[in-house]
Design a protein around this ligand. Structure first.
Ligand code: SF4
Length: 326
């Protein structure tokens, strides 16, 4: 591990000042410390923000739910408001990582976590995300777990977060605080597709701090849930996942929020699937027809062609679980 300076801050203004001086924020440390041990990340100045007052889950004046950036994954998953209003968020969190990690890792850190592409973590391999311009070992290498949607010639790595898929589906907003004040970024815009600059992963300015993620008010009753398909049932990343939320009134689907994980370079919103569902009555045929569009535009690689069908089946199954059949 490379030497670094460590400082602990107790208020957000102190944190922003430290961020402006090239400080790198750390809270749970469950991603960053691993990457520092592997020398993938070599920050010179670590700013511990775990003592900042960003630990609350609260309802907003707009009727949404605001989850503080330092709420741990375990706390968010178990929170009565999250469980009641958005089970899709609780389920995505509970299917992530291990119990020990969920007790340490925070919501802000979770959406900032970096890819699990093995070549990214191997400092002897070419990787445009770690070292821009060096190449992408995954394109011709072993790419079974990589993305089929949103890829570029520069990078085909998936985004690893589960809860980010739920946030994408629900059209959440990321709240940021920086030297110029506060701002909000739609979740759909916050995580960046690789394009020709896969080293740029989030729409966040130098020194900016995530303060919260806000889920907007959605019509009730809202049935929702998260399905994760993986090689083993514990402590494993998704090969494909689906976050689904449906509002059905008078026997008709009035609102549909659907996104997929494990298949895209970012959590993959599925607007075509949503459009196919809205205005229809739940039925077996509807789930099949809507899910058939889930992999539109996909570009599978040599070892992950199976993800095209897996994605469609995962979405179909989760639509059936959340929507039931009439
Ligand atoms: Fe690096 Fe992305 Fe290629 Fe993986 S897929 S080796 S992260 S450039």
């Amino acid at each position: 591990m490379h030497p670094f300076t460590y400082t602990r801050v107790s208020d957000t203004r102190e944190a922003i000042d430290a961020g402006r001086r090239s400080g790198r924020f750390v809270a749970g440390g469950t991603t960053l410390v691993d990457l520092m041990r592997e020398t993938v990340e070599r920050p010179e100045y670590l700013v511990d923000i775990s003592g900042l007052p960003l630990h609350e889950v609260s309802t907003t004046a707009r009727g949404g739910l605001r989850i503080g950036a330092l709420v741990t994954m375990a706390e968010a998953a178990a929170h009565p408001k999250v469980r009641t209003l958005f089970p899709v968020v609780s389920e995505a969190l509970e299917l992530s990582a291990s119990a020990q990690l969920r007790n340490m890792a925070t919501i802000g850190g979770n959406i900032m976590q970096r890819t699990r592409c093995a070549y990214f973590r191997d400092v002897t391999a070419d990787c445009n995300k770690r070292q821009p311009g060096s190449g992408c070992s995954a394109q011709q290498g072993f790419n079974r777990t990589h993305a089929i949607l949103g890829t570029s010639d520069s990078c085909v790595a998936t985004h690893p977060s589960d809860v980010a898929v739920a946030f994408a589906a629900l059209e959440a907003t990321v709240h940021l605080l920086g030297a110029d004040g506060t701002r909000e970024v739609a979740f759909a815009d916050f995580l960046l597709r690789p394009g020709s600059t896969p080293n740029r992963e989030q729409r966040i300015r130098d020194g900016e701090l995530i303060t919260a993620v806000e889920i907007p008010a959605l019509p009730t009753p809202l049935a929702s849930g998260y399905l994760k398909v993986r090689d083993r049932q514990s402590y494993e990343f998704a090969l494909a996942s689906a976050a689904v939320a449906l509002h059905v009134r008078g026997g008709v689907i009035r609102e549909a929020k659907v996104a997929a994980g494990g298949v895209g370079t970012v959590p993959w919103k599925l607007p075509a699937v949503e459009r196919r569902l809205i205005g229809e009555r739940p039925s077996e045929d509807l789930w099949t027809q809507a899910a058939a569009q889930a992999a539109d535009g996909s570009r599978p690689l040599r070892h992950n062609k199976f993800k095209v069908e897996l994605l469609k089946r995962t979405v179909e199954r989760q639509l059936r679980i959340v929507g039931g059949t009439k």
